[in-house]
Ligand binder design. Structure first.
Ligand code: 5AD
Ligand code: SF4
Length: 458
């Protein structure tokens, strides 16, 4: 056997040992995030919790000591995306025996130890309500931590946020609604609300750091209840000094007259609401356990539009729910034509194990669902463009977010109504609030110019 001489003097070897020790203290984590805004923010919390233990963010999965998959289970596609990515990084584990892999989020909660059977190279499985316990779990060589954790609303998380101007804030956890298609009440547990003083303290810190916008997160923020209700919380936040407040997601049944009043009265509250309709057919709404009719929904929309000028309303619909006939589907089409939403997220129904709709016999074929989705999208595209054209010529407040992905000479930002606007880059910083004249509407964005930079007509 060849004897390899060390290139290091004894001093240099000591130096290297110190370097290795230092490197070990500063471990690197890479996080894959799937799914909704709640998950995006959970990943910020995971980063925050781990950074307290000395972890820094890895640029690539190859250089990481720990890879976390923050998963989504809402539709089969999101879950498949995670499992195929998990399969693709298996080789990294073979190349680096010290690499640890953790699976967090809704798919982790749903599958629990089954993940170890499916992917034996996974080291840790952690539920969405157990993020705080991740460092503790990492002390063992392998483990699972998936509990209901009803105390979560009392816990404070050191989130490490992606943006320095816009922040997500969890105001409640879980969901009690049990819409029959939805897996969330099973993966995120029962509803609990954070006390208002802890939310206000978090917002106060953000204001002091220069944040301009917060988005309050919960599966159904309208049923927020602690020492105050949701409109009460919004009134308290309005006095915090934050410039823009948004919230997602609202359940139409719980959208109260008081919330509509808050939207019309509070200067910080942005004129946008995401209000999932799901279907235009009362038969399907009832089978979904949504507990409102289309007429109830329409009355809410009318109330919002009458009280909040310029409000934009976006929605979610599901096509191909079990038992949905062509007539039911047509009612959804008619609802979109009647209401004219500013934006739509349309999904094909995805059968989820353990949900009540998953047990129903009259499941539709993939072809039927594809066909219905494909007919819906061009219709909405036309409506969104028509609505956006109404904004041409108006001057709106835009908060700058950064360079536009599609055109490096432009910046992108959002109106209070949550429309994306691009403007020529004249050096505005992220978070800058500018007055913009809308010049051109597109289906997914608006083009404008800064109103204060437009030369006055002679
Ligand atoms: N299949 C398809 N879409 C679903 N959603 C929730 N569960 C399912 C499912 N099983 C949609 C709903 C919800 C959005 C976040 O995801 O429209 O509002
Ligand atoms: Fe799912 Fe319905 Fe709860 Fe939304 S309100 S998370 S769709 S169960």
């Amino acid at each position: 056997m060849l004897e390899v001489r060390s290139p290091f003097s004894s001093d240099a070897i000591e130096e290297k040992a110190v370097f290795v020790l230092h490197f070990k203290m500063e471990k690197l984590v890479f996080i894959y995030t799937y799914g909704c805004q709640m998950n995006v923010h959970d990943s910020e919390k995971i980063r925050g919790v781990l950074s307290e233990k000395g972890y820094k963010t890895a640029e690539t999965p190859e250089e990481a000591d720990l890879i976390v998959f923050n998963t989504c289970a809402i539709r089969a596609k999101a879950e498949q995306k995670f499992y195929s990515q998990l399969g693709r990084i298996k080789f990294l584990k073979q190349a680096n025996k010290d690499l640890k892999i953790a699976v967090a989020g809704c798919a982790a909660q749903d599958a629990k130890q089954k993940i170890f059977r499916r992917a034996p190279y996974v080291d840790y499985v952690i539920g969405p309500r157990n993020i705080q316990s991740l460092p503790e779990l990492l002390l063992d060589s392998r483990g699972l931590f998936v509990t209901e954790n009803p105390e979560i609303a009392e816990q404070e998380f050191p989130a490490q946020r992606d943006s320095a101007t816009k922040a997500w804030i969890t105001i409640m956890y879980g969901c009690n609604n049990f819409c029959t298609y939805c897996i969330v009440p099973y993966t995120r547990g029962r509803e609990v609300s954070r006390p208002s003083n802890s939310i206000l303290a978090e917002i106060g810190q953000l204001v002091n750091k220069g944040y301009r916008e917060v988005t309050l997160l919960g599966q159904n923020v309208n049923s927020y209840r602690s020492d105050t209700d949701f409109p009460g919380l919004l009134r308290l936040i309005d006095r915090s000094g934050i410039h823009r407040v948004r919230f997602v997601t609202s359940h139409p049944r719980d959208l109260s007259a008081d919330l509509i009043k808050a939207l019309s009265d509070l200067p910080s509250l942005c004129e946008h609401i995401h209000l999932p309709l799901q279907s235009g057919s009362d038969k399907i709404l009832s089978a979904m356990n949504r507990r409102y009719t289309y007429a109830d929904y329409l009355a809410r929309v009318t109330g919002l539009r009458n009280s909040v000028p310029g409000i934009s309303i976006t929605t979610d619909v599901i096509v191909g729910f079990p038992g949905e006939t062509e007539e039911d589907y047509e009612l959804t089409v008619r609802a979109l034509q009647e209401i004219e939403f500013d934006g739509l997220f349309a999904f094909k129904y995805s059968r989820r194990n353990g949900t009540r709709a998953g047990e129903l016999d009259d499941q539709l074929s993939e072809e039927q669902k594809n066909d219905r989705l494909n007919r819906l999208l061009p219709l909405q595209e036309e409506i969104t463009l028509r609505k956006n054209r109404l904004l041409e010529g108006l001057v709106l407040e835009v908060m700058v977010e950064g360079p536009s992905d599609s055109d490096p000479s432009r910046l992108t930002g959002r109106t209070r109504s949550n429309k994306i606007v691009t403007i020529p880059d004249s050096g505005e910083e992220e978070g800058a609030l500018v007055r913009v004249e809308i010049r051109l509407a597109r289906p997914h964005s608006l083009e404008g110019v800064r109103a204060d930079l437009v030369p006055a007509p002679v």
